[in-house]
Design a protein around this ligand. Structure first.
Ligand code: FES
Length: 152
């Protein structure tokens, strides 16, 4: 993807009119992660059915516009997917679906992916299942390896 310097119309749309904001009562899984650099946090709620398919996803965040837009798009992407497929919804794919984000906001965009992973971890732990490739959640996205890989 070429370097993006401003917000695309898709980013502006998902920022101004975010999908899936709120919380799910009695969620199958919930995960909270923070960005220690800016102090913002993201909480993700998942409702998962008996076939391990994500029925609904909602988020709440104190994060910036980039965090809101990526969470809006990421929640749209995970709905209807199995937990294994939901795990593969990367922030790179979400950023591409938004027609890119300025590099300075890459870390903000990771909040959505990591909060989804944390919610999946919560779901897997509560139900005693293993989701292939799922790692224990981080509290702070600055700890993630992906962050360093996406900085290149
Ligand atoms: Fe905190 Fe973007 S500045 S999430």
């Amino acid at each position: 993807m070429s370097q993006v310097t401003e917000y695309s119309s898709k980013v502006m749309d998902h920022f101004s009119n975010p999908r899936n904001v709120g919380e799910i009562e009695d969620p199958s899984g919930v995960g909270t992660v923070g960005n220690a650099k800016c102090g913002d946090i993201m909480r993700m709620y998942l409702d998962i059915d008996e076939n391990h398919v994500v029925r609904d996803a909602k988020f709440k965040t104190f994060g910036c516009g980039a965090a809101i837009a990526t969470s809006s798009m990421a929640t749209e992407h995970v709905k209807g997917k199995t937990v294994e497929e939901a795990l593969k919804v990367t922030n790179k794919a979400v950023m591409e679906a938004l027609d890119g984000l300025p590099p300075v906001t890459v870390l903000c965009s990771l909040l959505a992916e990591e909060a989804i992973h944390a919610a999946l971890w919560d779901y897997a732990t509560k139900n005693g299942i293993t989701i292939d490739g799922l790692k224990p959640p981080v509290n702070d996205i600055n700890e993630t390896e992906e962050f360093y890989q996406t900085q290149g």
